[in-house]
Write a protein that binds this ligand. Structure first.
Ligand code: C2E
Ligand code: MG
Ligand code: MG
Length: 600
């Protein structure tokens, strides 16, 4: 029931109006003067005010003026009652904010019509405000839950959706899809092309799951961060094959070239998957939303550590390795500054002559907090957090400086092989950096060999080949590391600009007894020799393996059978002991295992 405040000093008029109001179903509040009217207005906040103009003490204008000063009361519809419809009175009333006026005497229907019109107007205005506020709120909500570039729901929306599904006790899986090596990728593209690429990736992801939130089926796609997307699916059966099939579909679909500005760009992705059915009680100490996100991220790290372009399911025992990774990441930032890194060298021995023909520089890190950390663990992390260039350049300097020192000590120069990370290969300025280091250390380029893994080469084939060609032109030697693990096939050998093939350890282990590996190794050796490439067998541990490799015509062996990686001073002694190199004045006994790490 609308409350109408009537301010009228004339008793008869006041009662007359009140009666009409009551009859029409309104609730009248009555005031006999302006002062009382204001008090009732403040007290009851009426829906409408009817006020006489001419009143002793506080007249109608003064009442209206006072109401106008209060934010809450100033919007109440206000109808003046005037004895005469003098233009001046009307204008003054309207100027002060009156909504309407009635000239006395007026009929009940005139009064009711004026009241209803004003109440209706107020209601329309209120509704329209409410609508506008709703609309505004919705668009604020939408903006804060939508990724501007792809128009996909964002991280905040994901958390909200996860929360909702978990509250409803639904079982589902969360995929986190991350574009591999994104920072490098975006550094080679213009901002517009990078944005276009992200949009195209988003479109392809939605092609696998083209359902929207409105869909009955529990599926949706979100953009989580710069290079990460997430997808929800009601599939939860890692063993039933449905989830792996979905993961493969994503990997394959996203791997196909993207055409940006007429140029094809290749992208690979890594996928971490966590299912609600896999969250253990232990991990439920944090919220279930957090556990699920953490699980998928942990699985994603696993894939990324192995070089990406694959998927992995979260298992509860993985969570510990994620914490471990964080420790490694933090400690790595200080490793270089705090002198925790050291380069070890592993001899490469000519299989027929038995002499050392070179060494491979292998990075060692003894962290003050974590103890020895394997390069297989920290190198991928250094690549991800952008430290790999500093670390690699430091290794290159150390290795070249060491070659110079050996040159002074020995008649026959010893060359050094340094591992290049895939990230380095893809960064501008590599050739310049290498050339600068060679100049400053004044060593001949052919004494430096750069090793690049077959996998890194395949992943970055286009530009990697150009860079390797340039390095080769500078006189630097190139070795393809871990050959045989990248599925490039023998046919690729001729297209790689290289001098040496390093056969991966997995083929060498027990080679004298494993027929399948024997066939592969002999084919690689023959093919390499036809292409005038040297073959180094990595990881030979036993005399049997060594004998077999010799029989097959392998050129060089690098493995524990000769020596583990060791500090430079031990290598010096090793070389001097295995060749007829002149010894320094006071040779120490060979201790090849001194300070060497346990098995790599
Ligand atoms: P890699 O370049 O293939 O190096 C050979 C690895 O095999 C070394 O492991 C070496 O210690 C190990 N190894 C050699 N002979 C044997 C053997 O007879 N038996 C066994 N079980 N292992 C043997 P390490 O030093 O742990 O290095 C692992 C990987 O880390 C290297 O593989 C390389 O990919 C990477 N790495 C090491 N140092 C550097 C570096 O300075 N820069 C970059 N980018 N990567 C590095
Ligand atoms: Mg290597
Ligand atoms: Mg290797």
């Amino acid at each position: 029931m609308s409350k109408i405040l009537v301010i009228e000093d004339n008793e008869a008029a006041r009662e007359n109006i009140s009666d009409i109001l009551r009859l029409e179903g309104f609730e009248p509040l009555v005031a006999t003067n302006g002062q009382q009217g204001l008090e009732l207005a403040f007290q009851h906040t009426p829906d409408l005010i009817i006020c006489d103009v001419m009143m002793p003490k506080l007249n109608g204008y003064e009442v209206l003026e006072a109401l106008g000063k209060d934010e809450r009361l100033s919007t109440i519809p206000f109808i003046f009652l005037t004895a005469k419809a003098a233009r001046y009175d009307v204008r003054q009333g309207m100027t002060l904010g009156s909504s309407d006026y009635l000239t006395k005497p007026f009929s009940p229907s005139e009064l009711v019509a004026a009241i209803k019109t004003q109440l209706k107007r107020k209601e329309t205005i209120t509704q329209s405000y409410a609508q506008q506020i709703n609309h505004l709120q919705r668009s604020i909500d939408q903006n804060s839950h939508t990724d501007e570039l792809t128009q996909l729901p964002n991280q905040a929306a994901l958390s909200q959706t996860l929360e909702q599904y978990l509250t409803e006790d639904k079982d589902f899986s969360l995929f986190i899809i991350s574009v591999d090596q994104f920072s490098f990728l975006s550094s080679t593209l213009s901002t517009a092309d990078t944005e276009e690429l992200i949009k195209l990736i988003a479109q392809r992801i939605q092609k696998v799951f083209p359902h929207s939130m409105a869909s009955e089926s529990l599926k949706d796609t979100f953009r989580m961060g710069q290079n990460q997307f997430s997808v929800l699916t009601d599939q939860v059966d890692p063993d039933g094959g449905q989830l792996p099939r979905t993961a493969y579909r994503f990997l394959n679909l996203l791997r196909a070239p993207y055409i940006l500005n007429g140029k094809a760009v290749n992208v690979t992705t890594s996928i971490g998957i966590a299912s609600t059915t896999n969250i253990t009680d232990a991990s439920r100490q944090v919220s279930r939303v957090e556990s699920l996100l953490q699980g998928a991220k942990t699985a994603l790290y696993k894939v990324q550590q192995k070089g990406g372009n694959d998927y992995c399911f979260y298992r509860p025992e993985m969570i510990f390795s994620a914490f471990e990774r964080l420790d490694v990441e933090n400690a790595l930032y200080y490793a270089l500054q705090q002198d925790e890194l050291e380069v070890f060298y592993q001899p490469q021995v000519d299989i027929s002559a038995g002499s050392v023909v070179g060494v491979e520089a292998l990075l060692r890190w003894k962290s003050a907090q974590l103890g020895w950390v394997s390069p297989t663990k920290f190198i991928p992390i250094a690549e991800e957090i952008g430290l790999i260039n500093d670390i690699s350049n430091w290794v290159l300097w150390q290795a070249c400086e060491q070659v110079k020192k050996w040159q002074k000590l020995m008649v026959k120069p010893i060359g050094v092989s340094v591992n290049l990370s895939a990230v380095q290969l893809s960064q501008p300025g590599l050739c310049e950096t290498v050339s600068k280091i060679l100049q400053k250390t004044a060593i001949a380029p052919h004494l430096l060999c750069l090793e690049i893994t077959e996998n890194a080469l395949i992943k970055n084939k286009g530009y990697a080949i150009n860079i390797l060609q340039e390095l080769k032109k500078m006189g630097i030697r190139i070795a393809i590391d871990d050959f045989g693990t990248g599925y490039s096939g023998l046919g690729y050998l001729s297209s790689f600009p290289c001098n040496t093939i390093k056969l991966d350890r997995m083929f060498i282990q027990d080679i004298h007894q494993r027929y399948s590996n024997q066939r592969i190794v002999s084919a690689i050796i023959n093919m390499s020799h036809e292409l005038e490439l040297k073959v180094i067998a990595e990881g030979a541990e036993t005399q049997d393996e060594l004998d077999y490799l010799k029989l097959q015509g392998c050129d060089i062996v690098q493995g524990f059978v000769h020596s583990r990686p060791m500090p430079s001073s031990d290598v010096t002694k090793f070389i001097q002991a295995t060749t007829s190199e002149p010894l320094d004045s006071n040779p120490a006994p060979i201790t090849t295992t001194t300070r060497a790490l346990p098995s790599a």
